[in-house]
Design a protein. Structure first.
Length: 392
């Protein structure tokens, strides 16, 4: 993506997310901090089809009766049992909110062996020397389908507008579920840093079982009937670009409708781009373009509200001439408050979100890349730039 040097990598979320402390049925966005369509968060337990266990899940959805599309958003796999026990939907709640603001109910299931679901891990593939990914993914797909079918049964969900998505191993199980279960109503699969077998410490970028994963994708490429996005960053320390490109090519060779996107290096490990608020500037435009190409509805619910048009008008940013700064503004629009976005005389930008000194932080970050003066363009949900206001 061009112009990457002209934007800041600044935005900065507090340790507690905007939604992390809210309970079942709570409105996730109060009037005083309105950041778009109001969202409701709920915690549920879903009984599996055979009744032997229940899946814990978090739902984030727009307020109202719908009907909404639905996204089943799947987490990755941590290396240790202790880390798996701490797995939480909070890690993906920011990304879930991006989908919810666009008219989707997002359900984030915790598969067996993770977080509040607990129990034994059902998707252990065994030794890296001889992994059984087909068995592992099949067990994980059982849990995903439990959440998928539950979502389709809800009265505010349009069961013909379903998306499977996930990060890392969660993206792999999304692909596997799409191919082997052929779920009704599925319109697309979004895979962010999809893969298995990565170890960023002992073998950065090179997973231990490249070919076994590729063989699974050989099969899935013949089975998945909906469009699939493979989305990675150059500096993914779990799966390097050579590996991810190979996996994509093996999948696409089966005849699947698929697209591969490789984003620039992100932070210290691009594997986590999807879960970062700043990462929205990369993945959101890619997802919008991809879904638009395939006729899948994906527009902000408040895009046509008269009092929101100035705030949401990315093309009205003063001085800005690069996609880099435009996309950073889009990250600002998806960030929790307090938040601020600054622009400079020479078209550079800065952004901060989720911090009390957002105004000062945005100006400081803009100043690190700008040669001209930096001034605040927008704070929270208000454009304060005098020229922008005069042009209304």
């Amino acid at each position: 993506m061009k112009g990457g040097r002209e934007l800041v990598r600044a935005a900065i979320l507090c340790a507690a997310t905007l939604f992390g402390t809210l309970g079942s049925g709570a409105i996730a966005q109060e009037e005083k901090s309105y950041m778009g369509p109001r969202l409701i968060q709920e915690k549920v337990k879903i009984l599996a089809g055979d009744g032997r266990y229940a899946i814990a899940a978090t739902i984030l959805r727009p307020e109202g009766d719908g009907p909404f599309g639905a996204v089943v958003l799947n987490h990755g796999v941590s290396a240790s049992a202790r880390e798996r026990a701490r797995e939480s939907s909070d890690l993906l709640i920011g990304a879930a909110a991006v989908f919810a603001r666009r008219g989707y109910m997002v359900i984030m299931p915790l598969r067996r062996g993770f977080g509040a679901t607990g129990g034994a891990m059902a998707e252990d593939p065994g030794s890296c020397a001889n992994p059984d990914y087909a068995r592992a993914e099949s067990n994980a797909a059982d849990d995903v389908m439990t959440a998928y079918n539950y979502a389709r049964s809800l009265p505010f969900v349009d069961g013909s507008r379903m998306i499977l998505a996930g990060q890392s191993a969660g993206a792999m199980v999304a692909l596997f579920t799409a191919g082997t279960r052929q779920p009704q109503g599925l319109t697309a699969v979004l895979g962010f840093a999809a893969g298995r077998g990565g170890d960023p410490v002992s073998s950065p970028g090179v997973p231990c079982a490249v070919e076994p994963v590729a063989r699974v994708l050989d099969r899935l490429g013949k089975q998945v009937k909906v469009p699939v996005l493979f989305h990675y960053a150059e500096n993914d320390r779990f799966f390097n670009a050579k590996t991810s490109k190979l996996w994509f090519e093996r999948f696409a060779a089966g005849g699947a409708k698929a697209e591969y996107v490789l984003q620039p290096a992100f932070g210290t490990d691009g594997h986590y781009l999807f879960g970062s608020t700043v990462g929205v500037r990369y993945w959101l435009p890619a997802v919008e373009r991809f879904l638009g190409q395939h006729g899948v509805q994906f527009a902000r619910m408040d895009a046509d509200e008269p009092d929101r048009r100035t705030l949401l008008a990315v093309d009205r940013l003063p001085n800005v001439k690069t996609d880099a700064c435009r996309n950073l503004y889009r990250a600002f629009l998806e960030s929790p408050g307090p938040r601020a976005y600054a622009v400079s005389d020479d078209g550079r930008c800065g952004f901060a979100g989720g911090v009390n000194d957002a105004r000062d932080a945005a100006v400081r970050q803009c100043g690190t890349v700008a040669k001209g003066n930096c001034m605040i363009y927008a704070v929270d949900d208000t454009v304060i730039w005098k020229e922008a206001m005069a042009g209304q």
